[in-house]
Design a protein around this ligand. Structure first.
Ligand code: ADE
Length: 294
């Protein structure tokens, strides 16, 4: 059982924050009054669960999470004619599968990688629009939970639904919208093939967290905390593209040391393990696979 930390940041000030909106009846502002019950993350998806895997886009937030793997696979740099100068991209055909790597837009103003949901949405949209992939994968590093069995360097694959923990909208159906609950492909064989654990991923735009975020992480039983997966899953779901998240644990959210220190100390190990798992994944796909083989 995880403790809920108290940091004093969380105040439920909905009425102060949305003084105009709360005057409306919730039915007037987009509540679904069809009587159809809300769907869970898995059943909501129209994404195919069957069919040949022809093109897979592997997305990353940070170039440092992808670089060595891109070189090891000998992928060719690709400049998109549709979106020139955006999202560092590479591609090659490996056996039966077209492999595309698409890395979030680098932030030139601050000289940092485009981590977080904004650049992930852009990357997802551009990559889906251009490559029409059979499968979208979001790969990278993430926080894990020691008291739920997480260990630095573990590989996790998405299971169930992909959540947001920092979108708090207590207003009718917007609450569920805020929570995300985006679908991911059900995986039967892949966890074993990659020696990976599985679990719910929860996404927010901060490396640290507020107590309100942690309550949501606990409620969703998430085992992985990251800054991108739900954004990629949300756009994939909208475009009916099957989605998988794969993350290597670089820090323990409930660990003793500050998260940024853990992240820097363990980044090398986490990315090495990630690249090992991704290589196994591509070797498997290279033989010509179908979604239902995963
Ligand atoms: N990426 C790596 N570690 C993370 C953490 N603890 N939270 C969010 N994103 C992360």
């Amino acid at each position: 059982m995880r403790n809920t930390p108290q940091d004093g940041h969380e105040h439920n000030k909905q009425n102060d924050r949305f003084p105009r909106i709360v005057k409306f009846n919730s039915a007037d502002i987009g509540n679904d009054d069809t009587g159809v019950p809300p769907l869970d993350g898995q059943s909501m998806s129209l994404a195919p669960r069957r069919g040949p895997i022809e093109t897979v886009v592997f997305t990353f937030a940070m170039p440092q999470e992808a670089q060595r793997w891109v070189h090891a696979l000998n992928l060719t740099p690709y400049e998109s004619p549709r979106n020139p100068g955006m999202n560092e991209q590479y591609k090659s055909k490996i056996g039966a599968v077209n492999v595309v790597v698409s890395i979030n837009q680098f932030n030139l103003k601050h000289g940092v990688a485009g981590v977080g949901t904004n650049n992930s949405v852009l990357n997802a949209f551009c990559a889906i629009n251009e490559f029409k992939p059979s499968l979208l994968v979001n790969a990278g590093t993430a926080g894990g939970f020691g008291d739920s069995g997480g260990v630095i360097g573990d590989i996790y694959l998405t299971k169930g639904a992909v959540m947001y923990h920092d979108r708090h909208i207590k207003l009718g159906n917007y609450e569920e919208y805020g929570n995300g609950g985006h679908s991911c492909l059900s995986l039967r064989r892949l966890p074993k093939i990659l020696s990976a654990k599985t679990g719910v991923f929860s996404t927010g735009n901060s490396l640290n967290y507020k107590s309100s975020d942690m309550r949501r992480i606990i409620d969703s039983d998430a085992l992985v905390k990251d800054m991108e997966a739900a954004a990629f899953a949300e756009i994939a779901e909208q475009f009916n593209v099957p989605f998988i998240g794969i993350k290597s644990i670089s820090d323990l959210v409930d660990g003793n040391k500050p998260t940024p220190d853990q992240f820097q100390d363990n980044f090398g190990l986490a990315t090495r393990n990630l690249h090992g798992a991704l290589t196994k994944f591509v070797r498997f796909l290279a033989n010509g696979r179908r979604l239902e083989d995963l």
